[in-house]
Design a protein around this ligand. Sequence first.
Ligand SMILES: NC(=O)c1ccc[n+]([C@@H]2O[C@H](COP(=O)([O-])OP(=O)(O)OC[C@H]3O[C@@H](n4cnc5c(N)ncnc54)[C@H](O)[C@@H]3O)[C@@H](O)[C@H]2O)c1
Length: 404
Amino acid sequence: MIMPKRMENNDPKVLKVGMIGGGSGFISNAHQRAIFMDGTRRVVSGALSSNVEKAKEAVENWPYPIEGYDNYDELLEAELAKPENDRIDYVLILTPNHVHFDPAKKFLEAGIPVLCEKPLTFTLEDAKTLAEIVQSKRIPFCVAHTYLGHWTSRLARFIVQSGLIGEVRWVDASYLQSWMAIQSRDPEFVKTAWRLDASKSGLSNCGGDIGTHALMQLRYVTGLEVVSLSAHMESLTPLSESVEQPLDDHITVYCRMSNGSPALVRATQIGVGHKNDLRIEVNGELGSIRWAQEESEKLEVYLIEQPERTYYRGGIKPNDGFFGDIPQELLDEPTIPWGHSEGFHDAFARLHRCFEADVRAFQKSEYEAGDGSSYATVDDGVVGMSFIKKAVESSRNGNAWVDC
Ligand SMILES: NC(=O)c1ccc[n+]([C@@H]2O[C@H](COP(=O)([O-])OP(=O)(O)OC[C@H]3O[C@@H](n4cnc5c(N)ncnc54)[C@H](O)[C@@H]3O)[C@@H](O)[C@H]2O)c1
């Protein structure tokens, strides 16, 4: 009989996932697909909306029966009433930023691993509290920085950190969107969009929402940290008078990295024509790499006095000769043959897959704290929150340089 690998490993269990939020919004659909993709994880319960009626409706419309709850406290209570083996294996938090901390803290304290959307929390203090709990309980925690899950992000990280392009001299990491320019023309939208509301979004709109993705991409690919910064956090879209405290829709952050080199982290929501244009360019003393999420299967590599190279997901052979020893886990990772396109959903699935491995290890008391090589950890989430806080501080103080 042929058995799946997890059965050979004597681990036939399909992981049970609880979902908080996720009754609406494209991101919930992306997570649902990612959870389902390998057949080893399944959503079994949810508190799917802040609105009880909508939560019920979302449960009724789920493609198969799941347990629905009016709120996440009830969900947790129901889980804790079950024998430990029957409980959810991890919880997924898909709510707006101001509703990340409370459920994350409660589920962690109950010993349930958490996969949480970004930015990690509403305040830096809350993020640090979560990190302390994660550390003291040694429990898996993932922040959903989607784009680390692209195979080409993994390859970019390997190339830069193996030294192929030499010492990093300059990084340009950006996330450019247009939705504010378009949707702000509708005054009703402005009134209802939680991202524009400081009491739900936090200190920053654009910076927290997509600037943190650009920062995370920089840190993940280069392995460098931002040690100081000078920021412009701007609100360039005229909003109706009902918005008392307009948050940024455009950020430009000039950074000094831990190797002494400069970098630019920028993000905008007003760039008409840009869709989800996350891109990174890392320039080293010997060459550079360029990657853009809208063409996420492709990585460009330029070395001085060498032919220009474009690599595609899956198109690298172990004995390439150009890269040296490519880690086996990188070669093993692609889920489908090259030429068949992968994208956003596969990146999410890769995060869930890696998180699943840590959850299974945790349940066998074999978990070692995530090192951030396969998904963003709670500590990465803290760095993101700190970056935003410092950027706002710098911007309010005439773009003064601030240590991170
Ligand atoms: N990783 C990514 O690429 C990515 C992309 C988009 C959004 N996000 C993040 O996902 C989160 C949600 O964003 P969105 O655009 O999906 O928002 P959304 O407004 O479309 O959806 C939020 C959902 O959370 C529900 N909710 C709110 N409070 C709740 C509560 N107390 N209990 C249960 N459900 C509750 C709402 O009813 C809604 O269904 C944000 O933190 C955002 O930054 C991440």
